[in-house]
Design a protein around this ligand. Structure first.
Ligand code: ZN
Length: 283
């Protein structure tokens, strides 16, 4: 087993990018974020690659941002690739958080969404909070029957993850329900709502995703790039780009409020706290 946080393999015209922290349900630390960025850059650059597949090793696609593993590295400095915000590690308070999340979350997700080749998410098990951001920046989502989608960060007093695409990828009332309850949305419901493209048995997830990728790979590369841009532009004209910016401000208001009034910017919540709060919630 490789220790690399992200694996990269090209098979024919398809680049397979795989998050590789299965022990921690592919929780995203900065090491993984930058490894993902390197992989996407490589896929964009390679003329042989027509389509990219983003998957997660192990039982789950991604449990979200790393808020508690031994390799959590949120305090460390980073390279700036998504933007020019300064290094957060020497700054304090809201400034530090805003600089960091502008780069590693919002900035990176926007950058990846612009990768000029189709990207397909292959989702099994948990796709939670920060996991949603990664699935949502993909053009298509293939999910296994056991996959579920959730954004429980309202339990931290925060209005959703940093990449607030919820009311664009879901009808607004459903987006509110997802956020207000923190409940898991099963793959079948996500399919009915148009949030995912295919739902397949778990053992067929890899082959079904690859078959779709190969089918798309038959199209002309520039045509695919222009088509992706056309639909992304339409989403931005529907307010996605400015919506992300305005909610990013609310997100940071919540972090700052937590830091002022609670134990920390996450409202005193860690992985255990989130699990216990979910158990206490009335179903
Ligand atoms: Zn945040």
């Amino acid at each position: 087993m490789s220790d690399d946080p992200v694996l990269y393999e090209r098979r024919g015209p398809v680049a397979h990018v795989t998050m590789n922290r299965p022990r921690y349900r592919n929780a995203q630390n900065s090491a993984m974020t930058y490894a993902l960025d390197t992989a996407f850059y490589r896929a964009a650059e390679d003329p042989e690659v027509k389509v990219v597949v983003l998957a997660g090793a192990g039982e789950h696609f991604s449990a979200g941002h790393d808020i508690g593993t031994p390799e959590r590295d949120a305090h460390l400095p980073f390279e700036r690739r998504a933007g020019l915000w300064w290094d957060h590690s020497e700054r304090h308070g809201a400034e530090s958080r805003f600089a960091r999340e502008s780069e590693v979350y919002l900035g990176m997700c926007r950058r990846w969404r612009e990768l000029p080749k189709p990207v397909i998410a292959s989702v099994q098990g948990a796709c939670v909070a920060g996991g949603l951001m990664l699935a949502w920046i993909c053009d298509l989502i293939v999910a296994s029957e056991d996959a579920f989608f959730a954004d429980p960060v309202v339990r931290m007093g925060i209005p959703g993850v940093e990449y607030f695409a919820h009311p664009w990828v879901l009808p607004p009332r459903i987006a509110k329900e997802l956020l207000y309850t923190g409940d898991r949305m099963p793959a079948g419901r996500a399919y009915d709502l148009g949030m995912v493209n295919r739902v397949v048995p778990r053992h067929e997830l890899g082959t079904a995703t690859e078959a779709l990728a190969l089918r798309i790979a038959g199209m002309p590369q520039f045509g695919l790039a222009l088509t992706k841009r056309a639909v992304n532009q339409a989403e931005d004209l529907q307010g996605l780009h400015t919506g992300l910016d305005s909610v990013f401000g609310l997100h940071h208001l919540a972090h700052a409020h937590n830091a002022e009034t609670a134990a920390d910017p996450l409202g005193g919540m860690d992985v255990t706290g989130m699990k216990e709060a979910a158990k206490r919630a009335v179903r």
